[in-house]
Design a protein around this ligand. Structure first.
Ligand code: HEM
Length: 410
């Protein structure tokens, strides 16, 4: 496929570029990364959906280099030299179009905003969060336990992280159904998604105002009181982006881990009451089936070289997080050393990487979700053959469309 308009990234360097979309990513992404490494090395010229040219950093060292050098690979997409190649209805627009959120800030501005957000997330009481997540999980299980069967994606893992995030935002429980529906809708495509997005942003803006008047112990109140002095609009944008960054990632982490535990006999033997293995399974998923497979992105601030390729100022570099995690130069034997080793790049790296307190929140939500499930339904088992499970057709996120299970109601 060719792009509608040429940008500097595709003129000569993108001859022979690989298509970076399509069904192969759904079923066997690792095979695609192996081929790309074989043909192009650690940095591949790729065409994103719509024929939009970019580079994909596949090597561990290259992803580490890009994320560690924000002066060379910036986060502000306004410097992209490829805007004229982007189709109007491009599905990646929401992820690259500059927004007034922490994600697109750089330098001192990012240090202030990212630092305050990390402080706000670190202020979340872990004990309270764990007990709130337990209640959420118990409530969801109560809803389907009597049936002896459930789809753990739709009825469990997709619900928990958003409901938990609403708690740390200090939102009343009765608003949860509407917001959960709108946030899920806003991640899809089409007019309804745009309207849902607008409704959630409007609610975040109103919430920022409410917390200025009536503060509580929650993330928006913390940001309102922060000495940096944020506007309501800035707080609303960061609340929205944090929800987006934390919802599907955490849900897929939980879903992919439950799948691993139900399909891999190394975990099956300890499934009933085998608490120690939950942490191991969660870590293994971050190495082998990480939720954020690829991430857009970074934009070169000047002409440079990466993995032997010539990158021009304004070129888009996709972070190939899943490929970096299985880089044969770093992990010659795919399983060796993964247990207990947390040097994967699944949360990315550097100043724009997933804030550490956010990672902890994700860990508490996923661990609690799986532990409650195993406590309540100790004989939970897959209702279909493992090979019949279907992955969502996405280059960016890895998660299942459904996880049908059966169990005995005790
Ligand atoms: C398994 C769960 C999660 C994964 C795999 C994950 C992964 C990531 C990745 C890959 C990035 C992009 C980093 C970059 O640009 O280099 C990111 C950023 C971010 N994540 Fe997470 N995340 C998870 C959960 C969460 C949760 C639960 C929250 C919030 C409570 C959160 C908040 C954020 C924020 C605010 C950013 C933007 C940081 C910035 O640009 O300064 N994430 N995350």
């Amino acid at each position: 496929m060719t792009s509608p308009n040429k940008s500097s990234a595709d003129e000569d360097t993108h001859a022979g570029a690989a298509t970076f979309y399509g069904p192969r990513f759904q079923n066997n992404p690792e095979e695609v990364y192996r081929e790309l490494r074989r043909e192009h090395g650690t940095v591949a010229p790729v065409l994103l959906e719509g024929g939009v040219p970019a580079w994909c950093a596949l090597g561990y060292r290259e992803v580490h280099h890009v994320t560690s050098n924000p002066d060379l690979f910036g986060r502000d997409s306004r410097r992209w030299n490829g805007w004229n190649s982007v189709p109007h209805d491009w599905s990646l627009r929401p992820y690259v179009e500059p927004q007034p959120s922490v994600v697109f800030t750089e330098g001192e501005d990012h240090r202030k905003r990212g630092g305050a957000l990390a402080e706000a997330l670190a202020d979340v009481d872990e004990f309270d969060l764990r007990s709130q997540v337990e209640q959420i999980c118990d409530g969801l299980i109560d809803g389907f336990a009597g049936r002896g069967e459930a789809d753990l994606i739709a009825e469990y893992t997709h619900q928990i992280p958003l409901l938990a995030l609403l708690k740390i935002y200090g939102l009343p429980d009765e608003e949860a159904p509407t917001l959960v529906r709108d946030v899920a809708l806003s991640a899809e495509e089409g007019d309804e998604a745009v309207r849902a997005h607008e409704r959630v942003v409007a609610r975040m803006l109103a919430l920022a105002g409410e917390k200025r008047e009536n503060p509580g112990r929650d993330v928006p109140s913390f940001l309102q009181a922060h000495p940096v002095g944020f506007t309501d609009e800035e707080i609303a944008a960061d609340l929205f982006i944090t929800m987006g960054a934390g919802y599907l990632t955490t849900s897929d982490w939980m879903g992919n881990t439950i799948r691993l535990m139900l399909t891999d006999e190394r975990f099956a033997v300890t499934l009933a009451g085998g608490r120690r293995s939950v942490g191991q399974a969660l870590n293994e998923v971050l190495w082998e089936d990480t939720p954020t497979q690829n991430f857009v992105g970074r934009w070169a601030t000047q002409d440079t070289r990466l993995g032997g390729k010539r990158i021009r100022k304004g070129d888009l570099v996709v972070l190939g997080l899943a490929a970096a995690n299985t880089d044969p130069q770093v992990r010659p034997d795919s399983y060796a050393g993964a247990a207990g080793n947390q040097a994967h790049l699944s949360f990315s790296h550097g100043e724009h990487g997933c804030p550490f307190p956010a990672q902890e929140i994700a860990r508490i939500i996923t661990t609690t979700g799986i532990e409650v499930l195993l406590d309540r339904l100790p004989d939970v088992a897959l209702a279909v053959e493992p090979e019949d499970l279907v992955w969502r057709p996405s280059v960016w996120m890895r998660g299942l469309t459904a996880l049908p299970v059966t169990f005995t109601w005790y």
